[in-house]
Every structure is written in C-alpha cells, then in structure tokens.
Design a protein around this ligand. Structure first.
Ligand SMILES: *[C@@H]1O[C@H](CO)[C@@H](O)[C@H](O)[C@H]1NC(C)=O
Ligand SMILES: *[C@@H]1O[C@H](CO)[C@@H](O)[C@H](O)[C@H]1NC(C)=O
Ligand SMILES: *[C@@H]1O[C@H](CO)[C@@H](O)[C@H](O)[C@H]1NC(C)=O
Length: 469
C-alpha cells in the first residue's frame, strides 16, 4: 500500500516536473520567435534597407539544381511559421536551393507525407479516400496553387534531409511514389527520390513515447494521466478557439479535422475532449507512429530502394559504464531533455505486457539522445533489417553506393542540430556542410546530371565520399 502510494506520488511529481520543463521551453521558443520578429520589424523600420537583391534571388542560376528538402520532425515547423525562426537553425541558407515545408507539428507520418507531395508537385492535398474515412477527417486539404518543384519526376529527382520523424516521413513518401498512391499522378516511382539523409531519424520507434504516456501494451492509446493528455487538451483547445493570427504563427496541422468552433460548435469540443472525435480519437497523429509497435507496422510496408542513396546520423548522449547506461555529462545535454535521457537510459519494458517484438532486449534500447533510442536511428531494422554500413572514418568508404544506409553515430542530444545553431557551434556547420556538399557533388544517378557552377575538374561521379567531416 505504502509502496503504491510512493509510486503514485513519484509519478505525479515526475509529471509535474516534465510539464513545467516542456511548458517553459515551449514558451521560450515562442517568445524568442516573437522577440525576433519584433526586432526585425523595428530594424526594417529604422534602417529602411534597400538590399532587395538579397531576398529576391536570381532564380535562373538555380534552375537545373535539384532542390534539397529539409523535413522537420515532431513539434516542428516550416518556413513562414514562428516568424523568422528556423527549425533547421538557418541551415537552409547554406545552399542556393533548399526548401523547408511546413507539414504540421503533430500530424501523423502518413498525413505529412501526403502534404509533402503536394507541396512539391502542386495541387490540392488529397489524403486518400480510404485513409480519411478511417481517420475521420476531410479527404482534401489545402491547395498549393504552384508546387515548389512542379517539374519533379524521375529525371528531376530530389534530395531529402529529414530530422527525427521527418526522416520517416520521407521514407513513407518514397514508398507512396513507388506504389503510385497519388491519384492523377500515375507516373510516380521511387526514383523521384535521389537521396535521403536522416538526422536523428525515428526509424524504429522510441521508448520515450511510453514515458510521455503512450501505453506499452498497444502502442496506440494514452494512459489516463500523463504528459500527452495535457498536451492533447491544450491542442484541442488551441484548435477549437481558432485564433487566426496565432494559428498562422504556429499550427499543429489538424485543420482537416475541422476542430474549430466555427465548424463544430460546443458539441464538437466536448466530443473531442471526451475522445470521440478528432485526431487523438482515431490515432491519426504522430505519437502512435513513434511507438515501437507503430513503427513496426509502418515499416512493414517500407522498402529501401536500389537507386536511392541513404545516409543517417544517429545521435546519443549516454554511455555505458560497468553494464549500466547513464547520461554522458550534464552540461552538454539540453535541460528539456536531461530528465528523459536519464529515464530512457534506465528504461525497462514492463514485465506484465508482451514485448513489442520477438527478441526485444531492454539493454539495446537504453542508449539514447533524450528523444529517440540510438538503435532506432541508425537504419530501418524492422521487420527485416535493411542493408547498412557503419562509418567511423572517411577511409572506410571510398565509393558511395545506392540502396545502402550509411550511418554514423554522433555524440549529441536530439535537438543539437536544430533551432538554436549556437548550441552545436562548429559541429553545426560541419554536419550541414557535409550533407549539402554530398548532395551537390557526390550523389548522382548513373548518368551524372549537369550542374551549374561545377568546374570540369570536379568529380562527376561518386568518386570520393565526404560522409564524415
Ligand atoms: C540573373 O542571371 C542571368 C544570367 O546569369 C542574368 O542575365 C540576369 O540579368 C540576372 N538577373 C538578375 C535580376 O540579377
Ligand atoms: C470539414 O469542413 C468542410 C467544409 O468546411 C467539409 O467539406 C468537410 O467535409 C468537413 N470534414 C469533416 C471531416 O467533417
Ligand atoms: C528495431 O531494432 C531491433 C534490433 O535490431 C530489431 O530486432 C527490431 O525488429 C526493431 N524493432 C522495431 C519495433 O522496430
């Protein structure tokens, strides 16, 4: 009895601390975005700049260059949201042609992949009849009058860089292209994707979802009292109140669920809160896709394709000492993630529920970066392991081959390479420079594409690899 009481109060205390920490961080991001905007506006007002040339790029230079598309993860946002704040810490400025789509911050992997397609190709987002019916949302979403890369096809393929869940979004999109899953675009195939680079990619699920409140037995639903429940109520209220300037500023991406008071009224709100309607009721949001069970079921249908290049940077912020996994240091870990790094490093799957897959071992899942387990980030492993190669140093791989996941393990926490570029310091530049350079100089189809600004002496075929900086 006393033990039970102790456990409960410990859990409540943990919930309290976690909520406070996350709220503070959320508020910090939001207010720094607002502050950034205000100072930008003031700046523009005081020093009326006439450097129009910088903002209006010379597009003719860029034509023919395949875009590099940066795909954000959970709670992420694309260009135009949160004012001038950049999810990728401004990395998009490192190359002439980088796109940063906004795919909704809590929407499911499936919905994000659909959105991403139309964002690039243009047209009205079609979530598919079957899926939208099953999940209780509108079949059609917003219309992209002009796609960002309308010429996109097999001969004009794209480089993708995904952070966290964004990496899985790209894989799902590539599979949809291969399966010709977009009505009216019957000529799609997997070769529309030239390369995929994953930064802390969520391929194999994460035990953190259970710490945040997903149930371990089904990986689908939430515990009655947990951080995610608080988040759920907050999101429903935010979307129901539908304050337009706020939603332009930051959007969870659930517009296709019609949660706004204008559309559902008070009844709709009650329905959503009671769990009878909305994304949280049908499980069509991101968390169920990030449990080990959820990832398993997504991965069942995903392939690694022979003509696409795959790279992955897995992160970790733990180390093993005498059979124990513990956080590596205190100062290097973001305060928002520290508690989770510790909890994940001690994680044990409950004895009374069946493990998420056959042969599951707690020890393998204890190394982590505060959001994902390192084992989950290297390459897709489930239900079958995909071809992969662990890279320690340059010399280990001279020639890059498509169809193999080249991966590297980096000492960093989950948000090291996003939002705040100062935190990573010189590592930030090293990692993104090497990603962009690789896309531009070392990754081609068999027939090399002609690139502008490429001197004749530059390597035209994937001769040398610069995976490691
Ligand atoms: C853009 O580049 C083209 C060719 O390089 C040049 O002719 C044109 O004047 C440039 N336009 C601007 C606005 O700089
Ligand atoms: C949402 O509202 C739009 C009209 O505003 C309607 O066409 C659509 O069917 C609605 N979707 C759902 C799931 O209620
Ligand atoms: C993840 O990785 C493990 C270890 O290789 C693998 O055995 C398992 O099938 C994968 N599990 C899930 C759920 O992705």
């Amino acid at each position: 009895m006393i033990k039970l009481w102790m456990m409960t109060s410990l859990q409540l205390a943990e919930l309290f601390v976690s909520s406070i920490v996350h709220l503070i961080y959320g508020f910090y991001i939001f207010s720094s975005a607002v502050a950034g905007d205000i100072s930008q506006t003031l700046n523009d007002y005081l020093f009326k700049s006439n450097d129009v040339g910088e903002t209006c790029q010379n597009l003719t230079n860029v034509e023919g260059l395949p875009p590099i598309v940066l795909v954000h993860g959970i709670f992420g946002f694309g260009k135009g949201r949160l004012g001038g704040l950049s999810y990728f810490g401004g990395a998009e400025k490192k190359d002439e042609r980088v796109l940063v789509p906004d795919l909704g911050s809590l929407t499911s992997i499936y919905d994000r992949a659909r959105e991403l397609f139309y964002y690039l190709k243009g047209g009205r987002v079609d979530f598919g009849e079957e899926h939208s019916e099953a999940c209780g949302h509108s079949r059609f979403g917003r219309r992209y009058e002009q796609g960002q890369y309308p010429e996109w096809d097999e001969d004009h393929p794209i480089h993708f860089v995904g952070h966290s869940a964004g990496a899985q979004v790209v894989r799902v999109l590539q599979q949809m292209l291969a399966d010709k899953a977009f009505e009216g675009f019957e000529d799609t195939n997997e070769n529309w994707v030239l390369s995929v680079t994953s930064l802390s990619g969520a391929f194999n699920g994460t035990t953190r979802t259970y710490l945040d409140g997903m149930r371990t037995d089904d990986g689908m639903s939430m515990k009655p009292i947990c951080l995610l429940q608080l988040c759920r109520i907050g999101v429903i209220m935010y979307d129901w109140l539908d304050i337009s300037w706020l939603k332009t500023y930051y959007n969870f991406g659930f517009d296709h669920f019609n949660i706004s008071w204008k559309k559902t009224g008070v009844r709709g709100l009650v329905d959503c809160l009671m769990g009878n309607a909305g994304p949280f009721a049908s499980g069509d949001w991101i968390l169920p896709d990030l449990t080990i069970q959820g990832s398993t079921s997504i991965n069942t249908n995903l392939q690694t394709f022979p003509n696409t290049y795959y790279f992955s940077y897995a992160t970790k912020r733990t180390r093993r000492i005498m059979g124990m996994t513990i956080p590596s240091g205190v100062l290097g870990i973001h305060p928002m993630l520290f508690l989770r790094v510790f909890q994940m490093s001690q994680w044990r799957f409950p004895q009374d529920v069946s493990p998420p897959y056959k042969g599951y071992r707690d020890e393998e899942w204890q190394e982590n970066d505060g959001a994902l387990n390192t084992i989950s980030m290297t390459h897709p492993r489930l239900p079958v392991e995909h071809p992969s190669r662990f890279i320690r140093s340059d010399s280990e791989c001279q020639t890059l081959q498509p169809g193999i996941w080249y991966y590297k393990i980096v000492e960093a926490d989950h948000i090291m390479f996003i939002v705040n570029r100062e935190r990573a310091g010189v590592q930030f530049d090293l990692i993104y420079d090497s990603i962009f350079q690789r896309c531009r100089k070392h990754v081609f189809r068999k027939i090399p594409q002609t690139l502008p600004n490429l001197s004749p002496s530059s390597p035209r075929s994937p001769k040398r690899n610069n995976f490691v900086h």
